[in-house]
Write a protein that binds this ligand. Structure first.
Ligand code: PLP
Length: 444
């Protein structure tokens, strides 16, 4: 397998004829509920480039939703996963265990915040990890209520749909949802009525007041929060919000769960985004970036909490699959060797000034935010009213796609353009991607 050339190339319409042929087959065979941002079919990918079946090379500002942070088919991931494939593909860790699973749990204990004794359990998807964090927290506290936040996203299974804030497309028509889930205000600085400087303390005070009045802290098993919100719009909870909730949880014996599935593994320039305000979660859920594209997820946390569930109470046929574990060890090795935390900060240092300069020129940019290589712009119709502008957001994304730059959108109002480049992307591709975004603004 030769390395994918690190240059953008658009040789057909996007999507091209071969992609369109495959799309026709797909439409006939694949359920329409499974969507695609851009129906170009992938031939190969690596570094900052996705090459499609028509020979187009797209600059990748999506990383498969913050998954291929170490790049696609990263050398260490392929090497370790291939070796594992030769040895054995599966035994089920619950039947006969293997070292890779244990090594991933050890790495998670080392890398996650806090120097307390930690244990992990491995699963296949982010949603499965979040569900298990709830099971573990309920088992430990012998309480039922779970607190989540406005704009939060935690997955598509029944319990995680209940935890997720946004109805369309995640929940519409899929109820009834799991009970004992309570949603509290999020410190969304840009949209906080009294301004971003007040958002942290005020949102925390409101949340704590509502938990106290509506649920009773003694009934709360877990508070689950994304330290930087992903699907909800790359919202960084305003300063002070997370520490206040962490303190409240400690005071009431509530398990504080950081959902770092999107924000973890060097994405924000730290191993985990909660480190930014010195937060030490009781449990942390990880997935996406953990294994360089292989399906793996984990719950990691205080040993006494993790051990609360009875033997046999946690698991699953494939959870911690040996090939996925080998991939994770390769991804973590790559993150350390290439110092991808530093790389994420360098990406921020390139992107933020360029996007802020665009915000001076283009009135529809209401906010530029994010950390590391998790950066977004929020688009509005009017800076004073802050009325969301989802139309311009999809027009911009479409314009970027036509030029061979893959960008994603997100946000409760569908008006956030988000950038999640692989952390190994070259500076030249990063700069070229930013040029394309700027031209797209001029064009629409
Ligand atoms: C993607 C995501 C999930 C769900 O992960 P899946 O692997 O898609 O099940 C949960 N929480 C957050 C914060 C996510 O970004």
């Amino acid at each position: 397998m030769t390395a994918v050339p690190q240059e953008r190339r658009v040789v057909t319409a996007i999507p091209g004829p071969k992609s369109q042929e495959l799309q026709a087959r797909r439409t006939a065979a694949v359920a329409q509920g499974v969507g695609s941002v851009l129906p170009v079919f992938t031939a190969r990918a690596g570094g900052g480039i996705i090459e499609d079946v028509d020979g187009n090379r797209l600059i990748d500002f999506g990383s498969g939703i913050a998954v291929t942070s170490v790049g696609n088919s990263a050398e260490a991931v392929v090497r370790r996963a291939s070796a594992q494939l030769q040895d054995f593909t599966h035994t089920c860790f619950m039947i006969t265990p293997y070292e890779g699973y244990v090594a991933v749990a050890e790495a998670l204990a080392e890398l996650t915040p806090g120097d307390h004794a930690k244990k992990s359990a491995l699963f296949n998807s982010g949603a499965e990890a979040v569900e298990n964090a709830v099971k573990i927290a309920r088992s430990f506290t012998r309480r039922q209520a779970v607190v989540v936040f406005d704009h939060g996203y935690h997955g598509r299974t029944n319990l995680t749909m209940a935890l997720t804030s946004k109805n369309m497309p995640y929940k519409q028509g899929f109820g009834p949802f799991a009970p004992e889930v309570y949603r509290m205000p999020m410190a969304y600085g840009y949209r906080w009525p009294t301004g971003p400087q007040n958002a942290g303390p005020e949102a925390a005070a409101q949340a704590i007041d509502q938990i106290t009045k509506q649920i009773g802290p003694e009934n709360v098993a877990a508070i689950i929060v994304e330290p930087v919100l992903g699907e909800g719009g790359f919202i960084e909870p305003a300063k002070g919000f997370l520490p206040a909730l962490r303190e409240f949880a400690t005071g009431h014996g509530i398990v504080f769960v950081a959902d770092e599935i999107q924000s973890g593994f060097c994405r924000t320039g730290q191993w985990f985004a909660c480190e930014d305000e010195g937060i030490v979660p009781d449990l942390i859920t990880t997935a996406k970036g953990i294994a360089g594209g292989l399906p793996l997820a984990a719950v990691t946390g205080r040993a006494e909490i993790m051990d609360a569930a009875h033997a046999g109470g946690l698991g699953g046929t494939y959870g911690g699959n040996p090939v996925a574990c080998a991939g994770a060890l390769g991804a973590i090795e790559t993150m350390k060797e290439l110092d991808l935390n530093a790389r994420a900060k360098a990406i921020e240092a390139t992107m933020k000034p360029r996007l802020s300069a665009m915000a001076e020129k283009f009135e529809i940019i209401g906010d530029v935010r994010g950390r590391g290589a998790m950066i977004a712009i929020e688009l509005v119709k009017d800076r004073t009213t802050k009325e969301p502008n989802p139309e311009a957001t999809s027009a911009l994304a479409g314009a970027c796609h036509q030029e061979g730059l893959l960008v994603l959108t997100c946000g409760t109002y569908g008006n956030v353009l988000r950038f999640l480049p692989p952390l190994v992307i070259g500076e030249d591709l990063l700069g070229e991607g930013l040029d394309i975004i700027e031209q797209a603004f001029t064009r629409i």
